[in-house]
Design a binder for this molecule. Structure first.
Ligand code: PBG
Length: 331
């Protein structure tokens, strides 16, 4: 459709008043789109503030329960849980221990909140391994060890079952191992958890924007980086292929991460697959807005709402965001 030229067309007519603008707005963000990430740490007596993520803390089990109840009362429908164990080993075995910190957190939150809130468990090994990589290492070759893809899948399968058993509604593999969604789906089905959904971190980039998260989750790699498994920021076609693989393996929801620098990818994924699509507005994206707002360089609230709206406009159905708590009362 071609609009008639000026002066017949005057787009400003519909921007004249707030009511008119609201009437023709194409995209809304509401609370039902928000997923709030939370960190729970084993072996601390008090919650610990995360300095690079103002407003966020590493929770004790008790403070987590309180925070989750508050988020639920604000109308936030889903939580994404990350655990930091008291002890780490080469395999990351606390990730699937029945009494591991995330399993205990899931049990507690399931008892507190039931079906009022969807419990999503991040499924990865970097917080649990002593070397900080997202999988088990192959140390046989010369030079730096590499993450062993297929050996890691076995561990992911165990984690998925442990998380489902503890009460996760959704498990969210974030390690970017090939075949992870299929391995997890098969393990869940075999254990009888056919109704546990998989949210796949399908197109996850090797991003500098995860910086503050490393402080929050204590999962920074001790050597090297994640470029051998996470995606190269220059690639868009590859993202579509990554998502296609996860869809074929049974992903129920597909996610792009980070969000703002990758909105073209969010758009392509939503257009290509039409599946429930999530975008993860990551720690560094949150920290940038918070830091600028603290200095008075940006209006933090307006920036937050604009960012969330833009992510929705690009096609995201769900937004994982550290802003969930701040945004909910405004939506
Ligand atoms: C891996 C994981 C990471 C994030 C979520 N899951 C870190 C990484 O891949 O290096 C980052 C999230 C954020 O920055 O907010 N378990």
């Amino acid at each position: 459709m071609q609009p008639p030229p000026f002066p017949t067309s005057r787009p400003r007519r519909l921007r004249r008043t707030r009511v008119l603008r609201d009437l023709v707005r194409e995209t809304d963000v509401s609370r039902r789109h928000l997923v709030a990430p939370l960190f729970v740490k084993e072996g601390i007596g008090e919650p610990v503030a995360i300095s690079s993520m103002p407003g966020h803390r590493q929770h004790t089990l008790e403070s987590l329960r309180k925070e989750a109840a508050e988020l639920a009362s604000l109308g936030i429908p889903a939580l994404l849980l990350f655990g930091i164990p008291a002890s780490k080993d080469a395999e990351g075995s606390q990730a699937w221990a029945p009494d591991g910190i995330v399993q205990r957190a899931l049990q507690a939150l399931e008892a507190d909140l039931g079906d009022d809130v969807a419990l999503i468990a991040d499924l990865c090994l970097d917080e649990y391994t002593d070397h900080g990589h997202c999988g088990v290492l192959d140390i046989r070759g010369p030079g730096e060890p590499v993450v062993d893809n297929d050996a890691t899948l076995e561990r992911y399968a165990r984690i998925a079952v442990a998380q489902a058993r503890a009460g996760a509604d959704v498990v969210a593999p974030s390690g970017m191992m090939d075949g992870q969604v299929g391995a997890i789906r098969a393990a869940l089905d075999e254990a009888g958890f056919t109704d546990t959904a998989v949210l796949a971190y399908a197109a996850k980039y090797a991003s500098a924007l995860y910086g503050p998260f490393r402080e929050a989750a204590e999962g920074a790699p001790r050597f090297g980086d994640r470029t051998a498994y996470q995606m190269d920021p220059g690639n868009g076609d590859e993202a579509v292929r990554e998502v296609a693989l996860d869809v074929a393996e049974g992903a129920d929801i597909v996610m792009v991460k980070p969000a703002l620098p990758y909105l073209d990818v969010v758009w392509r994924v939503k257009q290509a697959f039409g599946l429930p699509t999530a975008a993860y507005h990551v720690s560094g994206e949150y920290a940038m807005v918070k830091a600028a707002a603290e200095r008075g360089w940006l209006d933090g609230e307006r920036t937050m709402l604009e960012v969330l709206t833009a992510i929705r406009r690009a096609g995201a159905d769900l937004i994982v965001t550290y802003f969930a708590r701040d945004a909910a009362p405004l939506l």
